[in-house]
Design a protein around this ligand. Structure first.
Ligand code: NAG
Ligand code: NAG
Ligand code: NAG
Ligand code: NAG
Ligand code: NAG
Ligand code: NAG
Ligand code: NAG
Ligand code: NAG
Ligand code: NAG
Ligand code: NAG
Ligand code: NAG
Ligand code: NAG
Length: 620
């Protein structure tokens, strides 16, 4: 490396293209990335550098087979939707019904040259479930984000759905131009197919179309198929022209870039780091980052907008606004940076201040909200609609492994264990569970052609809810609006705990919903996605099994062969209360009303709020 350092100084002095000379003879992509980072302090890299780095690890057959062992063990033993996922989607949904274990087994006979190709293929299988909570990944291949500095939106003009340029930081004159083609194919087709095949965060294709436009199409974590992409643009009815862009790979974390200087150190420190030395960037937290960026951009706009009064903004959590004769409550997340009484007090104060303005109608904006804590959804449910059921009922698929783990936890009562059931009670009787068998019950359901055992339904203990309820009552008189005074506005990307807030408002209070965007030719669009259930990751799973002394039990999965590998998935399922057989995750719930994006409301969220508010009280 010292050699390169010297060479660098010389080249700068002679003004020669540094990049070319430093790297032209370096075959190791990871090393080239390091050289560039050191030489130019840059955090963006070429397609070739990242591709060569990612593809520099040959697939070790033993790693592949152990990965499949771990995955089949985890999913077979603990994925609560394993059998449900074998059933065809309800009308309105779009996903591939599959036997996940059988599909995973097929990998044993496939041959791959690189660890990258293997990992991505396995990831794709999980993505095909279209279950946003269920994600497999290897840390190695989430370091960089590919971007062409252009993002998109979609409008419907005279019944025709078009793709347009939302942002272009390289050439601003392209903004708002129509994208007619992408790499020679019709742009709408390309984005729809991308939504269908590559976006996974909703079972509703229309919501995936929104997500593709919002982020996924423009920002890639996987290596794009080729180094560049050509957009054919049409601006103000002038002639079409092509814009060819190279994919540039960004890594915003210098800490990460300091972890390696070649592919060997990349592998040792990023793909398979020593335990305790891990720094994970999950694709979910990246998603969160992106929604944060969108939300802060909206905040800036709102601050400059004279048509709107900012009533209160509680961190990056909840915003309260007044426009004309209506109020807006925008819940950005259910995962505030700090979870404290003080922050909940501020939210309650925000509601009070909004009520004091005298507005009689409220738009509850739940767009771009990917969830957080269960506790926070209970808080909103109790605050807004105190006189109804607070929450839904759960159950768990009881495999042999699950039975053993819950039984052991019941005996040993270890702390912080994902198999701990002590904050739950029987959903019918509200009685505490007095034995593990009391949890299991005797419920046999057939799902996806498989007869399986499921636990008794359970729900949160009244005590924990009562405490929250008491807390809210101590601070406030109940919020004065009635369910018919609200409308829930979303782009369908209201997931997990957010979906629970929306579903609670709809199911128990008949609150009206309006969904924006989607594919125009599909009549319905979901108001929420992936209600799921309790989600855990493989680290928590192995920690919990370890505490129960079950890690070496033959029934149980063995840890992943590389420490950088992980998976998240739900271990509980949530049911509708009104239709007690309906698993919310698999129930298509279209909004009552539909709006579309246009050139104005895509950049001015207040326009969208006005459109939504106008629907309050109108006939569904
Ligand atoms: C890369 O860094 C390691 C220490 O992390 C060092 O031992 C090694 O010499 C470096 N390699 C090169 C080529 O500089
Ligand atoms: C890459 O980063 C450099 C600064 O390090 C910047 O000048 C350049 O514009 C970036 N390239 C792209 C395509 O964003
Ligand atoms: C894999 O290949 C072997 C031998 O060709 C075959 O016996 C086995 O059934 C195959 N397994 C799967 C899951 O396809
Ligand atoms: C491209 O976008 C990145 C990330 O937002 C930004 O850092 C960079 O400056 C942009 N590049 C150009 C050339 O505008
Ligand atoms: C149920 O268990 C909780 C603690 O887990 C306890 O506080 C409560 O008193 C129990 N209720 C009954 C009826 O035993
Ligand atoms: C259900 O549980 C019983 C034990 O309670 C067991 O005998 C049976 O095999 C289980 N059925 C399935 C399909 O797992
Ligand atoms: C718990 O709350 C539910 C719903 O509010 C109520 O029906 C039930 O009677 C309560 N049970 C106990 C034991 O307090
Ligand atoms: C609510 O107020 C009562 C009476 O002042 C107090 O005893 C109780 O601790 C408060 N509860 C909460 C959850 O703040
Ligand atoms: C919601 O609407 C349904 C049917 O329109 C009705 O049966 C139910 O009572 C309503 N529930 C509430 C809480 O208003
Ligand atoms: C797993 O979940 C725990 C608890 O939420 C979190 O601290 C940890 O970072 C997660 N690990 C991975 C690998 O995502
Ligand atoms: C956004 O729309 C509102 C009307 O809903 C308008 O008053 C305001 O000027 C617009 N803001 C911008 C930045 O265009
Ligand atoms: C569920 C559904 O109706 N999906 C359709 C939505 O629109 C796309 C594109 O037109 C169709 O391919 C889907 O079948």
């Amino acid at each position: 490396m010292i050699f390169y350092g010297v060479l660098f100084t010389v080249l700068v002095a002679s003004g020669v293209n540094i990049q070319y000379y430093i790297n032209s003879h370096v075959p190791d992509g990871c090393e080239r990335i390091h050289n560039e980072f050191i030489a130019k302090q840059t955090t963006n890299f070429t397609y070739a550098d990242v591709t060569d780095c990612y593809k520099s690890f040959p697939l070790d057959k033993d790693v592949a087979s152990k990965t499949i062992d771990t995955l089949t063990g985890l999913m077979g033993g603990f994925y609560t939707f394993l059998d449900k996922a074998k059933e065809s989607p309800q009308p309105g949904f779009d996903f591939k019904a599959m036997d996940l274990i059988a599909e995973l087994e097929l990998f044993r006979n496939k041959s791959y040259t690189t660890l990258y190709d293997f990992t991505i293929d396995v990831e794709h299988l999980f993505n095909d479930l279209k279950d946003a909570h269920t994600n497999f990944g290897l840390n190695c291949f989430t370091t960089f984000t590919f971007y062409t500095n252009m993002t998109f939106y979609s409008v419907v003009n005279d019944g025709e759905q078009k793709i347009k340029v939302f942002k272009d930081t390289i050439d601003r004159s392209n903004i708002d131009c129509e994208v007619t083609h992408i790499d020679g194919q019709k742009a709408f087709q390309v984005i729809s197919e991308y939504a269908k095949n590559s976006v996974y965060a909703s079972r509703d294709l229309g919501v995936r179309f929104n997500i593709a436009l919002l982020t996924s199409f423009a920002l890639r974590y996987e290596i794009p198929k080729k180094p560049d992409i050509t957009y054919t643009l049409k601006c103000n009815n002038a002639n079409e022209f092509d814009v060819k862009r190279s994919w540039v790979a960004f890594c915003s974390s210098r800490t990460f870039l300091n972890k390696f200087n070649d592919s060997k150190s990349y592998f040792d420190n990023v793909c398979n780091p020593i335990k305790g030395n891990r720094q994970l960037i999950s694709s979910n937290s990246k998603f969160q980052e992106i929604t944060n960026i969108i939300n802060s951009a909206n905040n800036l706009l709102i601050e400059q907008d004279l048509s709107i009064t900012i009533i209160a903004v509680v961190d990056n959590f909840v915003g309260f606004y007044k426009m004309d004769d209506f109020g807006v409550v925008k819940i950005l997340t259910e995962e505030p940076t700090v979870l404290s009484n003080a922050i909940l007090d501020s939210v309650i104060a925000g509601f009070k201040r909004l009520a004091n303005t005298g507005v009689k109608k409220v738009v509850l904006d739940l767009s771009d909200n990917i969830g957080g804590y269960l506790y926070i959804s209970i808080f909103f449910n109790l605050l807004l609609f105190p006189n109804t059921y607070t929450y839904f009922d759960f159950d768990t698929r009881i495999s042999e492994q699950m039975r053993l783990a819950i039984t052991e936890q019941f005996k040993r009562a270890t702390k912080n264990n994902i198999f701990d059931m002590k904050s739950y009670v029987n959903a019918k009787t509200y009685a505490n569970f007095t034995s593990a068998n009391d949890i299991f019950g005797n419920n046999v359901y057939t799902r996806g052609g498989v007869i399986g055992n499921y636990s008794n339904k359970y729900t949160l203990m009244n005590d924990s809810i009562n405490e929250m309820s008491q807390y809210i009552q101590n601070l406030t008189t109940p919020v004065s609006w009635k369910p018919e005074n609200y409308i829930i506005l979303t782009n369908g990307l209201c997931g997990s705990s957010c979906a629970i807030i929306a579903e609670h408002a709809v199911e128990f209070n008949n609150v009206t919903t309006v969904a924006v965007g989607g594919i125009a030719s599909n009549i319905s669009l979901s108001y929420s996605s992936f209600p799921g259930g309790t989600v855990i990751n493989s680290t928590q799973m192995f920690d919990s099994l370890g505490k129960l002394g079950l890690l070496s039990n033959n029934l149980m999965p063995k840890p992943f062969p590389l420490t950088g590998m992980s998976i998240t998935f739900p271990i509980k399922e949530v049911y509708s209360k009104i239709n007690p057989d309906e698993i919310l995750e698999f129930a298509f719930k279209p909004a009552n009303f539909r709006l579309f994006y246009d050139e104005k409301n895509i950049r001015n969220i207040t326009k969208l709020w006005s459109q939504a508010a106008a629907l309050i009280g109108s006939k569904r």
